[in-house]
Write a protein that binds this ligand. Structure first.
Ligand code: BGC
Ligand code: BGC
Ligand code: CA
Length: 358
């Protein structure tokens, strides 16, 4: 059975009160017409514990995604509805296409090379050697072909973990690893502006989407300095500790009431960011120039984890989700938790994913 949610233009207009911070433009009648065909479908009906890191592979017309704690990498073909799976030995935070073939993955505390045909994984580099309880989380390839991926402490249960253990790394084509900054709680969504001058990044427990200056030629987040400032966390405890702040870090969006925790994200062809809201059951489109939320699309599951554009013309938004930490009653209420969804009719398009060049 295909689950279909159709938000007619009337219902979008009626939801204005809920969307009071959304842009005025969207609330105008003409904008209501443009979102009249937004549709949410559950397309991959197998439950992931933590479905994550969707990447559209244009040549094959397939969607690659991981199940982090389920220790699996999936490749699903929407045309045939066939899914292939490779099991990993450790938690797998991300998997990205590699130009020379196969994939590069962030598994446990290693960058690895995956050969899809033989299902074999070989280690490229080890990170966080002093932090045995860490693991890779989200990762993405920059427009010059470097893989950026961050780490976090392994959770006791979802979002409960030792804080400030994570760092953001990149793997260059020569397989040299660069550590960009540390003091991260849950390293999550990332993407680059269309002019490649800005790096957008989410450390989930800050409840913000941040921007850094980015140098595409060197792959660096420039202008580092160290200072002390206050961190606000999910448990509302204030920590004051030294933090290395780099690259003119600034906040571009702060999560609103009910939006949950910012998780994975992707940029669209107009330079807007689509952010999956963990425990928020939605994806939001934000304008990183103005900090304004432009659209909200609700999904029938709370733990929406990440998103990417794909399909013909890159006009379908694929959204992954999680069910880890839910009890039987929660599962009964959200039978599609952990599945992958496709949103159509958004009036937005994505851009092709980059492949790792090394
Ligand atoms: C992590 C999860 C975490 C979630 C919420 C995901 O990227 O993989 O383990 O609970 O973000 O921040
Ligand atoms: C966090 C910083 C972050 C800033 C802007 C603060 O609450 O502690 O790490 O850069 O918010 O997002
Ligand atoms: Ca994530």
């Amino acid at each position: 059975m295909v689950c279909l949610f159709v938000y007619g233009w009337l219902s979008v207009c009626e939801r204005r009160d809920l969307l009071s911070r959304d842009s005025e433009a969207l609330q105008a009648t003409s904008a209501c017409k443009t979102v009249m065909s937004v549709k949410v479908e559950c397309v991959v009906k197998e439950r992931c514990e933590i479905g994550e890191g969707p990447v559209w592979e244009e040549k094959e017309g397939t969607l690659l995604f991981v199940d982090i704690s389920g220790q699996k990498i999936h490749r699903w073909n929407p045309a045939t509805n066939q899914k292939e799976t490779v099991a990993t030995e450790k938690f797998v935070g991300c998997a990205v296409p590699r130009r020379s073939g196969g994939y590069v993955i962030g598994e446990g505390r290693s960058f690895g090379a995956l050969d899809w045909e033989s299902k074999s994984i070989s280690t490229i580099a080890v990170i966080d050697e002093d932090k045995p309880n860490n693991r890779f989380n989200d990762g993405k390839v920059d427009p010059a072909g470097r893989l950026f991926a961050g780490t976090m402490a392994i959770e006791e249960r979802p979002t409960v973990l030792e804080l400030k253990q994570g760092s953001l790394f990149s793997l260059n084509k020569d397989h040299i690893v660069v550590k960009h900054f540390n003091q991260v709680d849950i390293s999550n969504g990332l993407d680059w502006s269309l002019d490649h001058k800005t790096f957008y990044y989410i450390d989930s427990l800050t409840y913000t989407v941040d921007a850094f200056n980015y140098d595409i030629n060197t792959g660096s987040i420039s202008e580092g300095h160290t200072h002390t400032h206050t961190h606000t966390h999910i448990n509302l405890v204030l920590h004051r500790q030294p933090c290395v702040c780099v690259g003119n870090r600034r906040m571009v969006y702060k999560m609103d009431e009910g939006e949950g925790i910012p998780d994975g994200m992707c940029i669209d062809a107009d330079g807007r960011l689509w952010v999956a809201c963990y425990s928020g059951g939605r994806v939001i489109q934000i304008d990183p120039q103005t900090g304004v939320r432009l659209q909200t699309v609700k999904l029938p599951v709370d733990k929406t984890t990440s998103c990417c554009f794909g399909g013909r013309d890159y006009s379908d938004l694929y959204v992954t989700s999680a069910c880890k930490g839910m009890d039987e009653a929660d599962m009964a209420k959200q039978p599609q938790a952990g599945c992958v969804f496709r949103i159509t009719g958004l009036g937005a398009k994505g851009i092709p994913a980059n492949s790792f060049t090394g």
